[in-house]
Ligand binder design. Structure first.
Ligand code: SF4
Ligand code: ZN
Length: 331
Protein backbone atom coordinates (compact mmCIF):
# COMPACT_ATOMS: atom_id res chain seq x y z
CA UNK A 1 0.00 0.00 0.00
CA UNK A 2 1.33 3.47 -0.91
CA UNK A 3 1.86 5.66 2.10
CA UNK A 4 0.04 9.00 1.88
CA UNK A 5 2.42 11.79 0.94
CA UNK A 6 2.02 14.32 3.74
CA UNK A 7 2.66 17.97 2.81
CA UNK A 8 4.69 18.71 5.93
CA UNK A 9 7.21 15.90 5.37
CA UNK A 10 10.30 16.08 3.23
CA UNK A 11 10.10 14.06 0.01
CA UNK A 12 13.59 12.72 0.75
CA UNK A 13 16.87 13.61 2.40
CA UNK A 14 20.31 12.05 2.39
CA UNK A 15 24.01 12.80 2.70
CA UNK A 16 26.53 12.66 -0.13
CA UNK A 17 29.90 14.05 -1.20
CA UNK A 18 30.29 17.07 -3.43
CA UNK A 19 32.70 19.93 -3.86
CA UNK A 20 32.74 23.29 -2.13
CA UNK A 21 35.59 25.80 -2.33
CA UNK A 22 37.71 23.35 -4.35
CA UNK A 23 37.55 20.51 -1.86
CA UNK A 24 35.44 17.41 -1.43
CA UNK A 25 33.02 17.87 1.44
CA UNK A 26 29.91 16.30 2.96
CA UNK A 27 26.62 17.62 1.66
CA UNK A 28 23.12 17.44 3.08
CA UNK A 29 20.59 16.91 0.28
CA UNK A 30 16.94 17.80 0.80
CA UNK A 31 14.02 17.30 -1.53
CA UNK A 32 11.20 19.49 -0.30
CA UNK A 33 7.52 18.87 -1.02
CA UNK A 34 6.06 21.95 -2.68
CA UNK A 35 3.13 22.78 -4.91
CA UNK A 36 5.20 21.56 -7.84
CA UNK A 37 6.80 22.87 -10.99
CA UNK A 38 4.71 25.54 -12.71
CA UNK A 39 5.68 24.18 -16.14
CA UNK A 40 4.74 20.60 -15.29
CA UNK A 41 1.36 21.87 -14.09
CA UNK A 42 0.70 24.30 -16.94
CA UNK A 43 -1.44 21.83 -18.87
CA UNK A 44 1.02 21.25 -21.71
CA UNK A 45 2.46 18.03 -20.33
CA UNK A 46 5.68 19.56 -18.96
CA UNK A 47 9.08 18.31 -20.10
CA UNK A 48 8.96 15.01 -21.97
CA UNK A 49 11.34 13.21 -19.60
CA UNK A 50 10.12 14.63 -16.29
CA UNK A 51 8.09 12.52 -13.89
CA UNK A 52 7.64 15.26 -11.30
CA UNK A 53 4.13 16.12 -12.42
CA UNK A 54 2.77 12.92 -10.94
CA UNK A 55 4.80 13.57 -7.78
CA UNK A 56 3.69 17.13 -7.03
CA UNK A 57 1.11 18.11 -4.44
CA UNK A 58 -1.39 20.96 -4.13
CA UNK A 59 -2.16 23.10 -1.11
CA UNK A 60 1.26 22.92 0.55
CA UNK A 61 1.19 25.82 3.04
CA UNK A 62 3.91 27.97 4.60
CA UNK A 63 3.31 26.09 7.83
CA UNK A 64 3.99 22.80 6.02
CA UNK A 65 7.17 24.19 4.50
CA UNK A 66 8.34 25.48 7.90
CA UNK A 67 7.81 22.00 9.35
CA UNK A 68 9.89 20.55 6.52
CA UNK A 69 12.69 22.96 7.36
CA UNK A 70 12.45 22.02 11.06
CA UNK A 71 12.81 18.40 10.02
CA UNK A 72 15.78 19.19 7.77
CA UNK A 73 17.49 21.10 10.58
CA UNK A 74 16.94 18.22 13.00
CA UNK A 75 18.94 16.03 10.59
CA UNK A 76 21.60 18.63 9.90
CA UNK A 77 25.05 17.77 11.26
CA UNK A 78 26.97 20.85 10.17
CA UNK A 79 27.69 19.68 6.60
CA UNK A 80 29.48 22.51 4.74
CA UNK A 81 27.30 22.04 1.64
CA UNK A 82 23.49 21.96 1.54
CA UNK A 83 21.44 21.19 -1.57
CA UNK A 84 17.77 22.09 -1.50
CA UNK A 85 15.71 20.68 -4.34
CA UNK A 86 11.98 21.14 -4.86
CA UNK A 87 11.33 19.12 -8.03
CA UNK A 88 10.63 22.50 -9.58
CA UNK A 89 11.96 26.04 -9.09
CA UNK A 90 13.22 27.30 -5.75
CA UNK A 91 12.52 30.88 -6.84
CA UNK A 92 8.92 30.27 -7.86
CA UNK A 93 7.05 31.82 -4.92
CA UNK A 94 4.15 29.41 -5.47
CA UNK A 95 6.57 26.71 -4.43
CA UNK A 96 8.80 28.54 -1.94
CA UNK A 97 7.31 31.83 -0.67
CA UNK A 98 9.76 34.64 0.06
CA UNK A 99 9.54 34.21 3.84
CA UNK A 100 10.50 30.52 3.52
CA UNK A 101 13.36 31.37 1.20
CA UNK A 102 14.65 33.92 3.69
CA UNK A 103 14.38 31.46 6.55
CA UNK A 104 16.33 28.82 4.59
CA UNK A 105 19.12 31.27 3.75
CA UNK A 106 19.32 32.46 7.34
CA UNK A 107 19.23 28.94 8.91
CA UNK A 108 21.99 27.80 6.57
CA UNK A 109 23.97 31.04 6.65
CA UNK A 110 26.96 29.28 8.23
CA UNK A 111 27.31 26.89 5.26
CA UNK A 112 30.14 27.17 2.81
CA UNK A 113 27.84 26.46 -0.09
CA UNK A 114 24.10 26.22 -0.81
CA UNK A 115 22.66 24.85 -4.06
CA UNK A 116 19.12 25.35 -5.37
CA UNK A 117 17.50 24.78 -8.78
CA UNK A 118 15.37 27.13 -10.86
CA UNK A 119 13.89 27.72 -14.27
CA UNK A 120 15.49 30.87 -15.70
CA UNK A 121 12.33 32.98 -15.88
CA UNK A 122 12.30 33.47 -12.10
CA UNK A 123 15.71 35.12 -11.99
CA UNK A 124 15.61 38.91 -12.08
CA UNK A 125 18.33 41.40 -11.25
CA UNK A 126 16.37 42.52 -8.18
CA UNK A 127 16.20 38.97 -6.89
CA UNK A 128 19.86 38.22 -7.65
CA UNK A 129 20.96 41.29 -5.64
CA UNK A 130 19.34 39.75 -2.51
CA UNK A 131 20.99 36.33 -2.76
CA UNK A 132 23.82 35.15 -0.47
CA UNK A 133 27.29 34.87 -2.00
CA UNK A 134 27.49 31.22 -0.91
CA UNK A 135 24.67 30.32 -3.27
CA UNK A 136 24.89 28.31 -6.48
CA UNK A 137 21.85 28.16 -8.75
CA UNK A 138 21.44 25.11 -10.94
CA UNK A 139 19.87 25.91 -14.31
CA UNK A 140 18.28 23.04 -16.22
CA UNK A 141 19.28 24.33 -19.64
CA UNK A 142 19.40 20.74 -21.03
CA UNK A 143 20.55 21.74 -24.53
CA UNK A 144 21.76 24.77 -26.46
CA UNK A 145 19.82 23.61 -29.52
CA UNK A 146 16.56 25.57 -29.57
CA UNK A 147 14.86 22.99 -31.75
CA UNK A 148 15.80 20.13 -29.43
CA UNK A 149 14.50 22.18 -26.50
CA UNK A 150 11.22 22.86 -28.27
CA UNK A 151 10.45 19.61 -30.05
CA UNK A 152 12.28 16.87 -28.14
CA UNK A 153 12.05 18.20 -24.59
CA UNK A 154 9.13 20.69 -24.60
CA UNK A 155 11.19 22.77 -22.19
CA UNK A 156 9.12 25.93 -22.41
CA UNK A 157 12.14 28.23 -22.35
CA UNK A 158 15.02 28.88 -24.68
CA UNK A 159 18.76 28.39 -24.35
CA UNK A 160 19.05 32.16 -24.73
CA UNK A 161 16.97 32.56 -21.56
CA UNK A 162 19.28 30.19 -19.67
CA UNK A 163 22.29 32.12 -20.93
CA UNK A 164 20.78 35.45 -19.79
CA UNK A 165 19.97 34.01 -16.36
CA UNK A 166 23.45 32.49 -16.07
CA UNK A 167 25.09 35.80 -16.93
CA UNK A 168 22.89 37.66 -14.46
CA UNK A 169 23.88 35.25 -11.71
CA UNK A 170 27.57 35.36 -12.58
CA UNK A 171 27.57 39.16 -12.64
CA UNK A 172 25.91 39.10 -9.23
CA UNK A 173 28.66 36.86 -7.83
CA UNK A 174 26.40 33.79 -7.61
CA UNK A 175 27.61 30.35 -8.70
CA UNK A 176 26.03 28.59 -11.67
CA UNK A 177 25.71 24.85 -12.21
CA UNK A 178 24.24 24.07 -15.62
CA UNK A 179 22.44 20.79 -16.22
CA UNK A 180 22.59 19.25 -19.67
CA UNK A 181 20.43 16.35 -20.76
CA UNK A 182 22.36 13.56 -22.43
CA UNK A 183 20.17 11.99 -25.07
CA UNK A 184 16.85 13.79 -25.32
CA UNK A 185 14.27 11.55 -27.02
CA UNK A 186 14.29 11.20 -30.85
CA UNK A 187 18.06 11.76 -31.07
CA UNK A 188 20.54 9.08 -32.03
CA UNK A 189 23.37 8.27 -29.68
CA UNK A 190 25.97 10.10 -31.78
CA UNK A 191 23.78 13.17 -32.27
CA UNK A 192 23.19 13.18 -28.50
CA UNK A 193 26.95 13.10 -27.83
CA UNK A 194 27.64 15.94 -30.28
CA UNK A 195 24.72 17.92 -28.83
CA UNK A 196 25.93 17.57 -25.24
CA UNK A 197 29.44 18.67 -26.21
CA UNK A 198 28.15 21.69 -28.16
CA UNK A 199 25.79 22.61 -25.34
CA UNK A 200 28.60 22.45 -22.78
CA UNK A 201 30.73 24.79 -24.89
CA UNK A 202 27.77 27.17 -25.11
CA UNK A 203 27.21 27.03 -21.33
CA UNK A 204 30.85 27.22 -20.29
CA UNK A 205 31.21 31.05 -20.25
CA UNK A 206 28.35 31.48 -17.78
CA UNK A 207 28.81 28.31 -15.73
CA UNK A 208 31.10 27.20 -12.93
CA UNK A 209 30.03 23.60 -13.23
CA UNK A 210 28.33 21.62 -15.96
CA UNK A 211 26.48 18.52 -14.92
CA UNK A 212 25.80 16.05 -17.72
CA UNK A 213 22.60 14.23 -16.83
CA UNK A 214 21.97 11.11 -18.89
CA UNK A 215 18.26 10.60 -19.44
CA UNK A 216 16.68 8.24 -16.93
CA UNK A 217 13.26 6.91 -17.97
CA UNK A 218 10.74 8.10 -15.37
CA UNK A 219 7.18 6.87 -14.82
CA UNK A 220 4.23 8.44 -16.65
CA UNK A 221 6.32 10.46 -19.10
CA UNK A 222 6.39 10.79 -22.88
CA UNK A 223 9.83 9.18 -22.81
CA UNK A 224 8.49 6.19 -20.90
CA UNK A 225 5.89 5.65 -23.63
CA UNK A 226 8.60 5.70 -26.31
CA UNK A 227 10.80 3.43 -24.23
CA UNK A 228 8.06 0.85 -23.73
CA UNK A 229 7.54 0.75 -27.49
CA UNK A 230 11.26 0.26 -28.10
CA UNK A 231 11.62 3.74 -29.56
CA UNK A 232 14.07 4.99 -26.97
CA UNK A 233 17.21 3.55 -25.41
CA UNK A 234 18.77 5.33 -22.46
CA UNK A 235 22.28 6.42 -23.38
CA UNK A 236 25.27 4.15 -23.15
CA UNK A 237 27.76 4.92 -20.36
CA UNK A 238 30.35 4.98 -23.16
CA UNK A 239 28.52 8.02 -24.57
CA UNK A 240 28.75 9.83 -21.26
CA UNK A 241 32.44 8.98 -21.03
CA UNK A 242 32.92 10.22 -24.59
CA UNK A 243 31.28 13.56 -23.78
CA UNK A 244 33.51 13.97 -20.73
CA UNK A 245 36.65 13.03 -22.67
CA UNK A 246 35.87 15.51 -25.43
CA UNK A 247 35.26 18.30 -22.95
CA UNK A 248 38.14 17.52 -20.62
CA UNK A 249 40.75 20.26 -20.71
CA UNK A 250 38.80 22.36 -23.22
CA UNK A 251 36.34 24.15 -20.91
CA UNK A 252 36.80 26.13 -17.71
CA UNK A 253 33.80 24.71 -15.89
CA UNK A 254 34.06 21.61 -13.77
CA UNK A 255 32.47 18.74 -15.72
CA UNK A 256 30.50 16.34 -13.59
CA UNK A 257 27.79 13.74 -13.62
CA UNK A 258 25.98 11.72 -10.97
CA UNK A 259 23.52 9.69 -13.01
CA UNK A 260 20.28 8.54 -11.43
CA UNK A 261 19.30 4.99 -12.29
CA UNK A 262 22.78 4.28 -13.68
CA UNK A 263 23.31 0.62 -14.65
CA UNK A 264 19.57 -0.12 -15.02
CA UNK A 265 17.58 -0.48 -18.25
CA UNK A 266 15.85 2.82 -17.52
CA UNK A 267 19.11 4.63 -16.81
CA UNK A 268 22.45 5.11 -18.52
CA UNK A 269 23.88 1.62 -19.06
CA UNK A 270 26.39 -0.56 -20.93
CA UNK A 271 26.48 -4.35 -21.14
CA UNK A 272 25.86 -4.96 -17.44
CA UNK A 273 29.31 -6.40 -16.78
CA UNK A 274 31.22 -3.12 -16.88
CA UNK A 275 28.51 -0.72 -15.67
CA UNK A 276 29.72 -0.54 -12.11
CA UNK A 277 33.31 0.22 -13.11
CA UNK A 278 32.27 2.71 -15.78
CA UNK A 279 30.02 4.60 -13.36
CA UNK A 280 32.78 4.60 -10.74
CA UNK A 281 35.12 6.10 -13.36
CA UNK A 282 32.64 8.89 -14.02
CA UNK A 283 32.30 9.62 -10.34
CA UNK A 284 36.09 9.77 -9.94
CA UNK A 285 36.47 12.10 -12.90
CA UNK A 286 33.71 14.37 -11.58
CA UNK A 287 35.96 15.12 -8.61
CA UNK A 288 39.46 14.97 -10.09
CA UNK A 289 38.80 16.22 -13.66
CA UNK A 290 41.66 13.91 -14.65
CA UNK A 291 40.86 12.21 -18.00
CA UNK A 292 42.99 9.22 -16.95
CA UNK A 293 40.20 8.42 -14.50
CA UNK A 294 37.87 7.81 -17.45
CA UNK A 295 39.84 4.83 -18.74
CA UNK A 296 37.60 1.74 -18.63
CA UNK A 297 37.98 -1.51 -20.57
CA UNK A 298 35.18 -3.77 -21.76
CA UNK A 299 34.47 -5.62 -24.97
CA UNK A 300 31.06 -3.93 -25.22
CA UNK A 301 32.81 -0.74 -26.31
CA UNK A 302 32.92 -2.14 -29.85
CA UNK A 303 29.21 -3.02 -29.62
CA UNK A 304 28.52 0.63 -28.72
CA UNK A 305 30.54 1.76 -31.74
CA UNK A 306 28.64 -0.62 -34.02
CA UNK A 307 25.38 0.51 -32.44
CA UNK A 308 26.08 4.08 -33.49
CA UNK A 309 27.06 3.04 -37.01
CA UNK A 310 23.83 1.05 -37.30
CA UNK A 311 21.77 4.03 -36.15
CA UNK A 312 23.39 6.15 -38.83
CA UNK A 313 22.88 3.53 -41.51
CA UNK A 314 19.23 2.96 -40.64
CA UNK A 315 18.48 6.60 -39.84
CA UNK A 316 16.67 5.76 -36.63
CA UNK A 317 16.92 6.52 -32.93
CA UNK A 318 14.94 3.40 -31.96
CA UNK A 319 16.44 0.95 -29.48
CA UNK A 320 18.29 -1.27 -31.95
CA UNK A 321 19.52 -3.68 -29.33
CA UNK A 322 15.95 -4.37 -28.18
CA UNK A 323 14.50 -4.53 -31.67
CA UNK A 324 17.06 -6.78 -33.35
CA UNK A 325 19.56 -8.00 -30.77
CA UNK A 326 23.15 -7.46 -31.73
CA UNK A 327 22.74 -9.24 -35.10
CA UNK A 328 21.76 -6.21 -37.08
CA UNK A 329 24.62 -4.11 -35.91
CA UNK A 330 27.40 -3.66 -38.39
CA UNK A 331 30.39 -5.96 -37.84
S1 SF4 B 1 12.26 19.05 -15.92
FE1 SF4 B 1 12.16 20.80 -14.51
S2 SF4 B 1 11.14 22.40 -15.70
FE2 SF4 B 1 10.72 20.49 -16.75
S3 SF4 B 1 8.72 19.83 -15.94
FE3 SF4 B 1 10.34 18.83 -14.73
S4 SF4 B 1 10.67 20.15 -12.94
FE4 SF4 B 1 9.56 21.34 -14.50
ZN1 ZN C 1 30.64 -3.74 -21.00
Amino acid sequence: MNRERLPYELEASWKEKDMAGGETVDAQVLIMRTNGCCWAKAGNGGCTMCGYRSASLTGVTEEDLNKQIDLALSKYKGEPFVKIYTSGSFFDTNEIPESIRERIFSEYSGCKRILVESRPEFLTSNLVSTLPGTLTVALGMESSDEEVLRTCINKGFTAAQSKAAGELLKDGGIGVRTYLLLKPPYLTESRAIDGAVESARFADPFSDEISINPLNVQHATVVERLWKRGEFRSPWIWSLIEVMKRLSGTVNSRIMSSPSGGGSQRGVHNCGKCDHDALAAIERFSFTQDPKDLEVQCECKSTWERYMQSERLLGTADDLGRAFGSDLMIR
